[in-house]
Ligand binder design. Structure first.
Ligand SMILES: C[S@@+](CC[C@H](N)C(=O)[O-])C[C@H]1O[C@@H](n2cnc3c(N)ncnc32)[C@H](O)[C@@H]1O
Length: 270
């Protein structure tokens, strides 16, 4: 798993400067339901884990909360600090949070858990740094059967990619398989499973061209980019054409409006 952490760290450092223009229009749409599910209000102290450019900390700050952000990418931390000067950002590992026990009212992680070698450990750390009665809220991409964007990428890869390549092993792409497994993991680290909110939230990602998603995955992604970088040019071309064909189904005028879905989860520390 150390190799996976290194691979992820190098990847996020490399693409940090592109994240805002490429992915934010998708991931930011999940922040209002995330904050609502975790019931973030003013006067709370909130931690944004895997904060990237700091959107969750910024949005919690807009609700009146005192927010901090943490990311293991120095580049991301610098971008976040510039973008949201009223919040405080620092480098650190989601699986080993540099905060004392019972510090925060809310710990939030928007699309961060899927990138960790040990997501359960990050859940345990969130539990530890929450005050009693605090809530942990996070989002994870829904699997292809519930998520048309994931399905188009996954179908193209399954059909055309060489999967026998040398890539560091990470956690499952869509994390735990369904509501009950999420509940079990969260209970195992101490959360009150009965309090768990688990919702599927869908958005539309508007992109300017049919080639945009493939280019985004290849040039501004990390895990899929690693897989694409290890393909022959023929296989890469076949993957690209398959993705573009799927994207065209979502044409709307001059652009493309692709459905994407994620699970929004929130749970309380008893
Ligand atoms: C998909 S981005 C999500 C960014 C942001 N939360 C958002 O709402 O768009 C994942 C972020 O997790 C960070 N990350 C990955 N592994 C991490 C770790 N072990 N500890 C802290 N941050 C990590 C990456 O640097 C990246 O900024």
């Amino acid at each position: 798993m150390e190799a996976f952490a290194k691979f992820e760290h190098e990847g996020w450092q490399r693409v940090a400067g592109k994240y805002d223009s490429v992915w934010a229009s998708s991931t930011r749409q999940f922040i209002p339901p995330l904050l609502d599910s975790a019931e973030v209000t003013g006067s709370m102290v909130v931690l944004d884990v895997g904060c990237g450019p700091g959107y969750v900390a910024g949005a919690a700050g807009e609700r009146g909360a005192t927010s901090r952000g943490l990311d293991f990418s120095k580049e991301m931390v610098a971008i976040a600090q510039k973008k949201f000067p009223h919040s405080e950002f620092q480098e650190g590992d989601a699986q080993n949070l540099p905060f004392p026990d019972a510090t925060f009212d809310r710990v939030l992680a928007n699309f961060a858990l899927l990138h960790l070698p040990d997501p359960e450990r990050a859940c345990a750390e969130a539990f530890r740094v929450l005050k009693p009665g605090g809530k942990f809220g996070f989002t994870v991409w829904a699997p292809p059967e519930e998520n048309p964007y994931a399905k188009m990428i996954d179908d193209a890869i399954q059909a055309h990619a060489d999967l026998e390549i040398d890539l560091p092993t990470g956690p499952p792409h869509y994390l735990f398989s369904g509501r009950e497994e999420f509940r079990r993991v969260l209970e195992r680290v101490g959360f009150n499973g009965a309090s768990m909110i688990f919702k599927l939230h869908s958005i539309r990602w508007n992109v300017p061209s049919a080639c945009y998603p493939f280019d985004a995955e290849r040039n501004a992604g990390v895990r899929t980019a690693g897989l694409l970088a290890r393909q022959t040019s023929e296989k890469l071309r076949a993957i690209q054409l398959a993705i573009e064909e799927s994207v065209r189904r979502y044409a709307e005028g001059d652009s493309f409006s692709i459905p994407k879905a994620a699970h929004v989860v929130a749970v309380s520390k008893k």
